[in-house]
Design a protein around this ligand. Structure first.
Ligand code: HEM
Length: 203
């Protein structure tokens, strides 16, 4: 079995769990409010900012998956602007995100290969995002393709994703590295499940 397949199997339960969260359900059934969706985007922006900075400081990682090209920070900015929501609304990161941010800093210093874990989870989420990019504008009251740029992947992205997963075979040969990546991916899912469980957004 390839390491990419191992990784996917290892986080299957967490993936199922995030699909069952309140925010996922509200995204799927169309009851998500603009304020709730904006809150989700802000949390994702915080995680992407930390991860992309850490990833891009490591040439061996950036060569494998060029976050410089695939950054979704500008997409979040554009989505929030479309929705008339500020990027900084004064709210704090979710506590589970705070813990993940601390881990990302630690991994960047002492275990860069662990960064593959959060990267796999965040960028792998594009796999299920295609449907959202189509369905969300009607829910959010935006024009087609607007307010949902975070969920849209450019043409050719899936080929690059496959190349990234193949490249993991050479990057992660050491069993300890593989275990570290799996643990980091699980921790990322747990942090995001905290976010997707939702919190009250009183606007
Ligand atoms: C209701 C919400 C979601 C649905 C319906 C969904 C659906 C899917 C689908 C259809 C796939 C592709 C499976 C395949 O190719 O066999 C997938 C893969 C994946 N999704 Fe989700 N997903 C959801 C939410 C999320 C979230 C919130 C995250 C993380 C933040 C996530 C992370 C991933 C990852 C890491 C993969 C595996 C990618 C790979 O190994 O290539 N998903 N999802």
């Amino acid at each position: 079995m390839t390491f990419a397949a191992e990784l996917r199997n290892a986080v299957r339960d967490e993936h199922d769990a995030i699909e069952r969260t309140r925010v996922s359900a509200r995204l799927a059934d169309g009851t998500i409010t603009t304020a709730e969706y904006a809150d989700l985007l802000r949390q994702l922006h915080t995680v992407h900012t930390a991860l992309e900075r850490a990833w891009r400081s490591r040439p061996e990682l950036e060569d494998l998956y060029p976050f410089a090209r695939h950054s979704r920070l500008a997409a979040v900015d554009a989505d929030l602007a479309t929705l008339g929501e500020p990027l900084d609304d004064g709210s704090e990161p979710h506590p589970s995100v705070d813990e993940l941010l601390a881990s990302i800093d630690r991994w960047a210093e002492s275990s860069p290969v662990s960064l593959v874990g959060p990267m796999y989870v965040l960028e792998g989420s594009r796999m299920g995002s295609q449907g959202l990019a189509k369905s969300l504008p009607a829910i959010l009251g935006t024009a087609e393709g607007e307010g949902v740029r975070y969920h849209a992947s450019p043409e050719g992205w899936f080929d690059e994703w496959r190349t990234f997963k193949t490249g993991l075979e050479d990057l992660c040969t050491d069993p300890d590295d593989r275990a570290a990546v799996v643990a980091a991916a699980k921790q990322t899912f747990v942090a995001l499940i905290g976010v997707y469980d939702g919190r009250s957004v009183d606007r």
